[in-house]
Design a protein around this ligand. Structure first.
Ligand SMILES: C[S@@+](CC[C@H](N)C(=O)[O-])C[C@H]1O[C@@H](n2cnc3c(N)ncnc32)[C@H](O)[C@@H]1O
Length: 404
């Protein structure tokens, strides 16, 4: 690769970076391969594929596990700020950005002669402002200190703020500057159906990757049961996967605000493929009546209520639904901090007993933040769960094989 050359060019395939929850890159890579993306390669923090803008749109529309999709529009060497300034001006911004849509630039520097991220961002902002005339929105200062684990509302506000402008990300690593456009805007876990959420909801992107890690990829749909379903995330994701519904079918994306957006082509991508009614059903239950009302409303908005059942009862009253065995997937309440979950041990133990005695032939996936809680279930978990962050809490998927 000649790194001194600008790699932009609408007709040329370029690198597309699919951001993944760290630890689940290989799971997203498998999904990208299944969806027919070219050259999927798992790397730290995500997956690279190659393609043009229609693949960028399709990745946003179809991939369930990607957190966001970055189009890598240019890459060049920059040894000092004057060189960055000159080369950033050569990026054909007008082919990608619109002069009437605000832009925000965020830069990072690693192992490079340019070490001041703020100065680097400023050079790129100036190049965009002067070469294209697009308004520049200043990047918000990075928050200091640790974010409260469950501050989901504040995070939602944050995401809405980012949504106002197109985000350009410049990464300078070993003197190589890579410029990407965030084509997604709001994080892709926001499918656009869920209005109601209870405490500590599972992100849809993570839920989809955990389902896939449990072997549930929609090829052979089996019934899925979540006995502590909260707002219904697992049940709704599983039903959508089985029906072949596209996760991004109901929402907007940042790429709709780019200069190269083709509404007719986008409409044909969105309309392609016919969802089919699954042959199995998807079941959620929870001891909280409000959670069940939320799940039903969320399933309705997602268009999967014909294939889902939600019931109000505690896990102690759980029995397997009629029909073939399938997958139980659940994220029970967890202690806010490691070590605080002791009081939850009886709940996990009782859940394990219920599953062991009533769910022979089923597989189980449990997502929790403490190994001691998983152990309390006494279920035969396989080795090798990786820890990932769900809204600031580190959680691990514990999986069993088929229960005897
Ligand atoms: C962490 S939340 C699950 C979040 C859910 N996965 C979502 O995406 O919204 C845990 C859920 O377990 C439920 N729960 C706690 N104890 C329970 C019990 N004994 N039986 C059934 N549900 C229970 C709570 O009401 C809560 O909705």
């Amino acid at each position: 690769m000649n790194t001194d050359q600008d790699k932009t060019g609408a007709a040329q395939p370029f690198e597309i970076f699919l951001v993944a929850a760290p630890g689940l890159e290989s799971v997203l890579c498998a999904e990208a391969r299944d969806r027919g993306f070219a050259d999927p390669t798992a790397v730290k923090g995500g997956v690279t594929v190659t393609g043009g803008w229609p693949e960028v749109w399709r990745a946003n529309l179809e991939l369930r596990g990607a957190t966001r999709v970055l189009a890598r529009i240019a890459s060049f060497r920059a040894l000092h700020l004057a060189q960055l300034d000159k080369r950033a001006r050569r990026v054909p911004w007008a082919e990608i950005l619109r002069a009437d849509v605000p832009v925000r630039v965020e830069a990072s520097c690693k192992a490079s002669r340019i070490y001041h991220a703020g100065a680097a961002a400023q050079r790129i902002e100036r190049a965009i402002a002067e070469e294209l005339g697009a308004p520049i929105v200043k990047a918000a200062p990075k928050p200091t200190g640790k974010k409260p684990a469950k501050d989901m509302e504040a995070e939602a506000e944050d995401t809405r703020a980012v949504q106002i402008a197109i985000q350009i990300k410049a990464r300078i690593d070993d003197d190589l500057c890579t410029i990407s456009v965030d084509s997604s805007g709001e994080s892709l876990h926001k499918r656009g159906h869920k209005e109601a959420v209870n405490k500590a909801p599972m992100r849809e992107t993570l839920a989809a990757l955990f389902l896939r890690q449990c072997g549930y990829d929609g090829r052979e749909p089996v019934p899925v049961v979540d006995p502590m379903c909260g707002s219904g995330t697992f049940v709704i994701e599983a039903a959508e996967i089985a029906a072949g519904l596209k996760p991004g079918r109901s929402r907007h994306f940042a790429f709709e605000q780019l200069a190269n957006f083709d509404p007719a082509l986008w409409q044909s991508l969105r309309a392609g493929g016919t969802p089919t009614a699954p042959t199995v059903r998807f079941h959620g239950s929870d001891r909280d009546a409000g959670a069940i009302a939320m799940s039903r409303a969320n399933a309705e908005r997602a268009g999967v209520s014909a294939w889902t059942d939600f019931a109000h009862h505690a896990i102690s009253d759980l029995t397997p639904p009629e029909g073939p065995p399938g997958l139980v997937i659940v994220n029970p309440p967890y202690g806010a901090r490691i070590g605080e979950g002791k009081s939850l041990i009886p709940l996990y133990h009782a859940m394990g007993q219920t599953l062991k005695t009533r769910f022979a032939g089923w597989r189980v996936g449990i997502i929790t933040n403490e190994a001691a809680l998983a152990k309390a279930t006494e279920l035969p978990f396989q080795e090798g769960g990786v820890s990932v962050s769900n809204g600031g809490i580190r959680v691990t998927l514990y999986r069993t094989g088929v229960l005897g």
